[in-house]
Design a protein around this ligand. Structure first.
Ligand code: ELE
Length: 294
């Protein structure tokens, strides 16, 4: 079972990728036991990145680890194929793509054709990133069945039965991508993809350890604390709150989100810090209880 973190992408105040901060962040995640980094995902603002920037992020990340799934999807197939070609020289876990998005009512045969093209051209195992709430398209197990050679899928879906169906009907790796289903995904699927791991890598690693030892009830207890911080992230807009929460819980700066996802205001940051302060002792209590150093 794997714990996978879709990393935040640190930007500078003038909207450029902050290489040093990205490197520092990924080093910390790997050190804290994260198995795979999912780069250019939703949390990493994949749709806001140019093809060149996606390459740059692959390069920086690869300096830290090869345990990478490289998300390279987009609405320009030339770019995507070019990125696939580019990834050839990197020894990574795989590549991933969300389905073509934005355009309404896409015939499913086009989406199937898209993923078949990726499988055919990819030098690496291919993972589907299914996020119907964001893309407007659901790559359900019946569609997935029509594509041979896929390695796996990340299903960002609060409907856990939907994720279980892939496991039931297909022989591929299946991860759920909802932050609130970490223990469930570790127990019943091949693992979890969770943005919360950016700022709570210790609690995520601990959930994995407890599940692998069969201590599911203890894992649920840890998950309750995990939930409390996820709730804080959502209260302020999770895409930008992640940046502050990394600072609060991991102690280093990951810069800014990229506009038009605006950073939290001074007042919001103060409020968020107060919220964190109220429950931070729970975090340290758990780390102490299990003898984890942060
Ligand atoms: C998730 C989103 C899902 C993470 C990525 C991810 O960033 O690439 O609110 O749990 O549905 O897709 O963070 O957010 P929730 O896989």
């Amino acid at each position: 079972m794997e714990i996978i973190v879709p990393n935040v992408t640190p930007f500078t105040k003038d909207n450029r990728i902050d290489k040093d901060r990205l490197k520092e962040h990924l080093e910390n995640l790997i050190e804290k036991g994260i198995d795979i980094i999912f780069i250019n995902g939703t949390t990493g603002m994949g749709p806001s990145l140019s093809a060149e920037e996606k390459k740059e992020i692959l390069n920086i990340s690869y300096d830290v680890t090869g345990k990478i799934i490289f998300q390279l999807g987009g609405l320009n197939l030339d770019d995507t194929l070019n990125l696939l070609q580019y990834s050839r020289d990197f020894d990574i876990i795989g590549v991933a793509s969300y389905s073509p998005y934005y355009y309404p009512q896409l015939p499913s045969k086009w989406v199937i054709r898209y993923f078949k093209t990726l499988v055919e051209k990819s030098p690496h195992p291919v993972y589907v990133y299914n996020f119907p709430a964001a893309t407007g398209f659901d790559m359900n197990y019946e569609l997935m069945k029509q594509i041979d050679g896929l390695a796996g899928l990340k299903d960002t879906n609060d409907n856990f039965v939907h994720s279980l169906q892939y496991k039931r009907f297909l022989n591929i790796k299946v991860y759920n991508g909802s932050d609130y289903l970490t223990v469930q995904s570790l127990t019943y699927l091949d693992g979890t993809v969770t943005a919360g791991g950016n700022y709570m890598p210790e609690l995520l690693s601990l959930q994995k350890k407890l599940v692998s030892e069969g201590k599911i009830n203890d894992a649920f207890e840890v998950q309750k604390t995990y939930y409390k911080f996820l709730d804080i992230a959502r209260k302020y807009g999770q895409m930008s709150a992640h940046y502050i929460l990394v600072k609060e819980l991991q102690g280093y700066d990951v810069g800014y989100p990229r506009e038009p996802l605006y950073p939290l205001t001074e007042d919001e940051i103060k409020q968020l810090e107060a919220d964190v302060k109220e429950i931070k002792n729970e975090y340290t209590f758990i780390l102490d209880k299990y003898g984890i150093t942060s």
